[in-house]
Write a protein that binds this ligand. Structure first.
Ligand SMILES: NC(=O)c1ccc[n+]([C@@H]2O[C@H](COP(=O)([O-])OP(=O)(O)OC[C@H]3O[C@@H](n4cnc5c(N)ncnc54)[C@H](OP(=O)(O)O)[C@@H]3O)[C@@H](O)[C@H]2O)c1
Length: 216
């Protein structure tokens, strides 16, 4: 597939690199320096290049939205016409100080995105995992016990595309339901971050969902 990365920081930089190494065509966009985008693309290999948000969006099968909540409107407006576009969003609706969610409980950032960009097909994914674990999970993707990753959305086809990308990144996709389930996954992402960075066991905790098999 052709993937446009909107926001090439910790999440967008790593996921874009992973998708390029998994064989997709990737355009990295939206960083404060063009040099950084060019370096990211070079390091990601022959399937990747640097561009503007409009270039990343042009002909893309799917867009990865990976910016701070305060930059969402800017990058999506730069991307251009979003009608019928699949947007996989890992962006959490955090306040400026990153101390709390600005949309929560009775709605979610993902639903707010769908409201602001009504033609777009939004899937919420990858926001429940710290970026630090992404390369490790990708490198271990042949391992039969792959970590689970939650996603949700209202568009069946867009969710199928997102599930494929989640598999390509080395996770097992877990369909958490419609987009409104992001009301629960977004606060859950903060719990994961709390455990990962303020506990003593590190980011790998984030993807350790265990399956409980019935005892013999
Ligand atoms: N990091 C995680 O572990 C994690 C986990 C779950 C969810 N999330 C969510 O994912 C989203 C992205 O997080 P992140 O950690 O990847 O953020 P990040 O590292 O700050 O990346 C954001 C990107 O946006 C770019 N940017 C910011 N302001 C800009 C401007 N004015 N003009 C052009 N580019 C600009 C940054 O440029 P520079 O590269 O030049 O800084 C960077 O490439 C957030 O909503 C976050 O809540 C993150």
């Amino acid at each position: 597939m052709r993937l446009g990365i909107l926001g090439s920081g910790l999440m967008g930089g790593k996921l874009g690199t992973i998708f390029a190494r998994a064989g997709h065509d990737v355009v990295f966009s939206y960083a404060r320096s063009q040099k950084k985008l060019v370096k990211l693309a070079r390091d990601a290999g022959k399937n990747a290049r640097a561009g503007t948000p409009a270039e990343a969006a042009r002909d893309a099968d799917v867009l990865l939205l990976a910016v701070h909540w305060s930059r969402v409107d800017d990058v999506l407006h730069q991307a251009g016409d979003l009608s019928a576009r699949i947007i996989v969003s890992c962006s959490l609706p955090m306040n400026a100080g990153d101390t709390g969610l600005v949309v929560a409980h009775t709605s979610s950032g993902a639903e707010e995105l769908a409201r602001r960009f009504p033609g777009a097909r939004i899937v919420s994914a990858f926001n429940t995992v710290p970026s630090e674990v992404l390369f490790g999970v990708f490198e271990a993707r042949a391992n039969p016990s792959r970590p689970d990753l939650l996603y949700c959305g209202d568009d069946t086809n867009a969710k199928g595309v997102a599930a494929g990308l989640i598999r390509d990144a080395g996770f097992d996709p877990v369909d958490a339901g419609p987009l409104r389930i992001a009301r629960y996954t977004e606060p859950f992402a903060l719990l994961v971050a709390q455990l990962a960075y303020e506990g003593d066991r590190g980011p790998e905790l984030a993807y350790r969902f265990e399956r409980f098999e019935p005892r013999e």
